[in-house]
Design a protein around this ligand. Structure first.
Ligand code: F6P
Length: 549
């Protein structure tokens, strides 16, 4: 087991701690007024992406301390260890190699002594062949019809990535392909999709890394029954394929391994969108576009691996998050995409970040005495300006925001995009500047309000400001840009995991509830008498049984 100094005892941490007394007093509005070059100093550009982090409560000294912290945590060595294929997921004894899927020049990467690139390339070739055959109508359904409805059955990492990317790249879809997603075990999820599609034209993709996830297998069995009832048992091989690491379970389920697209243990579920899990995306947008998505991620990998910390976008983004989480005590983080096609991005990021860094035990097995992953939430702008933004502007707790913005829309209609862009810029500026009581009073007076009205209302209309945000600006969200964006956040999560000294690649926290559900199920259906529960759970089991009688 690797030794590491406790975070609080690190030199750089202590320095940051001492410096924080000053940082707390920073006022961004004043900083911008005093320093006309602030944007120049606090922004980075890479490819068609601009990362503006000038609206953060930091000085150049703060950033230096943060970069020193990264150095003291041996971030460079850890980055190399990940890319090299060291088993950095120590609780599962696995390499973490989603980056190998973007290793476009196929430079050898070894896991347990063997180069994994040939197996990766072989699956990509199989995906290209199959997706083309579906897209061009060569691989037909049992009755000879073209497969135009693609139904992905998966959950968590086997759902959120494909959902998010297919939606984000909707403009690149083949005209006659329609993608559907079934994830929830709630029968409604199945019922709603099945009610819209024709079995003769439907391809079901059962996506599950383990192929043991109860939601996915139950949904898949329901869909299989539905198909067999309509077209007979022989139709299954023309309408079902599997994406998994578990050949034995796929075959047990009744899907021929010929119809299975493999990935491997070194690809974490929430990092698997680049792998065979991307098959629904490939059918929708074509392999050439998917490769551009991989290229974008590869470009971000190169940047992350080679840029020094001071010019490194994911490193900088991650360190700002550490400053807010561990020093300012801001425990929530909002990500708002000003692009309708990115409406599922915050949900995707929620799993990526919260399942990775929602941990309390460090790599040495000790409970940490500092906070780790924040609560991530978000949505699409401008919609969310009319829901949770009130709290972001005037709530008692400060919530740092990332704004994701494409300068060019896929749908340039009239003045829509200009309005959208002015809104995001206005939000970031308003959060930073706020509005003083004096400004409010002057504005109200000018509008002819009475002295009493001004006196009473001015506090309500005041904005404290000094609320941080990052602007992540792209030229346009095309497959390449999306690849960069997703990989940027993957690396951000990685960096924070290194600083917090946790295993970002396991997910033991989702196990307990799953185990207990297995025990409750027969008690709920009446096969077993409910026992050994607290009074609340016991009474709820009884109440549900009564309602269902
Ligand atoms: O939620 C736990 C989890 O294991 C995720 O990490 C994973 O993405 C999801 O379940 C689905 O797992 P599988 O792909 O094995 O069905």
């Amino acid at each position: 087991m690797e030794k590491r100094k406790v975070l609080g005892k690190m030199k750089s941490w202590k320095k940051l701690h001492a410096h924080f007394k000053k940082v707390k007093e920073f006022n961004m509005r004043e900083m911008f007024e005093k320093d006309k070059d602030r944007f120049e100093k606090f922004h980075l550009v890479y490819e068609n992406m601009l990362f503006d982090f000038s609206k953060n409560r930091v000085s150049e000294k703060t950033m230096r301390h943060l970069y020193d912290l990264a150095k003291e945590c041996q971030l460079s060595e850890k980055i190399e260890a990940m890319f090299r294929g060291d088993k950095i997921n120590i609780t599962e004894n696995r390499s973490v190699l989603h980056t190998a899927l973007r290793n476009r020049k196929s430079k050898p990467i070894k896991v347990d002594g063997s180069d994994i690139m040939p197996q990766i390339n072989e699956v990509f070739a199989k995906i290209r062949k199959f997706s083309d055959a579906v897209r061009f109508g060569e691989f037909k359904g049992h009755t000879g019809k073209k497969l135009t409805n693609i139904v992905n059955i998966g959950i968590g990492g086997s759902d959120l990535g494909p959902v998010m990317v297919t939606e984000a790249l909707k403009k690149y879809w083949a005209k006659d392909i329609h993608c559907h997603f079934i994830s929830n075990i709630d029968g409604t999820a199945c019922a709603e999709v099945l009610s819209k599609i024709n079995p003769e034209e439907t391809l079901f993709i059962v996506a599950s890394k383990t192929f043991t996830t109860i939601e996915t297998l139950t949904n898949a069995r329901t869909c299989r029954r539905w198909l067999v009832e309509a077209l007979g048992e022989h139709a299954v091989s023309k309408h079902f394929v599997a994406l998994s690491t578990n050949k034995a379970e796929v075959e047990k389920f009744g899907i021929d391994s010929e119809n299975m697209f493999e990935f491997w243990d070194y690809i974490g579920g929430r990092y698997s969108v680049w792998s065979a899990i991307g098959l629904p995306i490939v059918i929708a947008i074509g392999m050439d576009n998917f490769e551009k998505f991989l290229d974008g991620a590869a470009a971000m990998d190169k940047h992350f691996r080679t840029a020094d910390f001071e010019h490194n976008i994911p490193v900088t983004l991650a360190l700002l998050g550490v400053l807010y989480n561990n020093f300012f005590d801001f425990k929530r983080y909002a990500v708002i995409a000003y692009d309708q096609y990115l409406k599922y991005f915050p949900a995707y990021l929620q799993q990526l970040d919260m399942e990775s860094n929602g941990k309390t035990v460090d790599l040495q097995g000790n409970f940490v005495d500092y906070s780790t992953g924040p609560v991530i939430f978000g949505g699409a702008g401008t919609d969310v300006q009319h829901s949770f933004f009130q709290q972001i502007h005037q709530g008692t707790d400060i919530i740092p925001c990332d704004f994701i913005v494409p300068a060019i829309s896929h749908n340039e209609i009239g003045e829509h995009h200009d309005i959208l862009m002015s809104n995001v810029l206005a939000q970031a500026e308003a959060l930073m500047k706020g509005k003083t009581e004096k400004e409010v009073a002057a504005e109200m007076k000018k509008a002819g309000k009475s002295v009493e009205e001004v006196k009473f209302l001015k506090a309500f209309k005041t904005f404290s400001g000094n609320r941080p945000s990052n602007m992540i600006l792209f030229k346009k969200i095309d497959p390449f840009a999306l690849g960069m964006l997703v990989a940027m956040y993957e690396h951000k999560v990685f960096v924070q995991g290194v600083i917090w000294n946790i295993d970002s690649y396991d997910q033991w926290g989702v196990e307990l509830g799953k185990q207990m559900a297995v025990k409750i199920m027969p008690e709920l259906t009446g096969e077993l008498h409910p026992m050994e529960h607290d009074s609340s759970t016991l009474s709820l089991i009884k109440a549900i049984r009564k309602f269902r009688k």
